[in-house]
Design a protein around this ligand. Structure first.
Ligand SMILES: C[S@@+](CC[C@H](N)C(=O)[O-])C[C@H]1O[C@@H](n2cnc3c(N)ncnc32)[C@H](O)[C@@H]1O
Length: 254
């Protein structure tokens, strides 16, 4: 195993680059300003100078982090990950989070989405991740694999009832083997969907990160049968070079 496949968002905003990420998906960073005056762009673009001995992929990761406006924003506003802005944007567009709700966040480390839910006044937010998460006031955290049989009941017991929403920013741990990783990604979203079917109350919503242009046809069909409305949306804070997009399913039929 080399680590979760989303190398941007499973780290806190000011975290160090991956130790050995040469098996991960590679993305090359870019300047803060797109287009416009090239001299100005050069001035604003922070280069990683101390690259001796550092792998190219680590250097690219660090350079991208240093020049990413959402990383800077997260540091300034106290969010643990730039991923927080994806949930903020999704909610601005679809308005699914409301005060007093019960929400389950699958794959929540380091906790950016949990922080957003707390800030929006949900009454119960449960975070589950394989990785440990530092405590967040107002959130209940389980260090656990959500695919374990007892996970749905455990979560419902902790919330005192079914969920108004299940949100998933899950990124599977990858092997570096393209086909294997694709199967893992698809499998994880399907398992998250089954988890949502088991834990949601009628009328509830399911938001999930998916890859390669959206949900697979079978999954999409299942979702359309069980939810009143199903959409795909890619927030501006999701890097354009990333294959991720988000699935928004609202109005669970039970
Ligand atoms: C991109 S990160 C989530 C970032 C988070 N939304 C935030 O705002 O900070 C994806 C997470 O999914 C977790 N994950 C992957 N498979 C999992 C599983 N089976 N059970 C629980 N968590 C899992 C990884 O450990 C990783 O921390």
């Amino acid at each position: 195993m080399s680590g979760p496949s989303d190398e941007d968002d499973n780290k806190s905003a000011g975290d160090t680059p991956p130790v050995d990420d040469n098996k991960r998906r590679r993305r090359v960073g870019g300047p803060v300003t797109k287009g416009g005056d090239s001299r100005a762009s050069k001035q604003m673009f922070e280069r990683v100078k101390t690259a001796r001995g550092r792998k190219t992929s680590s250097k690219n990761w660090l350079q991208r982090q240093l020049n990413d406006p959402y990383v800077k924003k997260a540091q300034m506003e106290g969010y643990r990950s730039r991923a927080a802005y994806k949930l903020i944007e999704l909610d601005e567009r679809f308005r699914f989070i409301r005060p007093g709700m019960r929400i389950v966040d699958l794959g929540s480390a380091p906790g950016g989405w949990l922080q957003v839910c707390v800030k929006k006044g949900v009454s119960e937010v449960i975070g589950i991740d394989l990785l440990p998460i530092d405590p967040i006031d107002g959130a209940t955290i389980f260090e656990k694999d959500f695919t374990e049989d007892d996970a749905p009941d455990m979560v419902k017991a902790a919330m005192g009832g079914p969920a108004d929403g299940v949100i998933s920013d899950l990124a599977p741990w990858t092997t570096g083997h393209k086909n294997t990783d694709h199967v893992r990604i698809v499998g994880l979203v399907e398992l998250a969907t089954l988890f949502a079917f088991e834990t949601l109350k009628p009328g509830g919503f399911f938001i999930a990160k998916v890859f390669q242009g959206g949900a697979e046809a079978d999954l999409l069909e299942q979702l359309k049968q069980r939810f009143g409305k199903v959409r795909h949306f890619k927030p501006a804070s999701s890097r354009s070079e990333s294959a991720e997009t988000f699935l928004i399913a609202m109005g669970f039929k039970g």
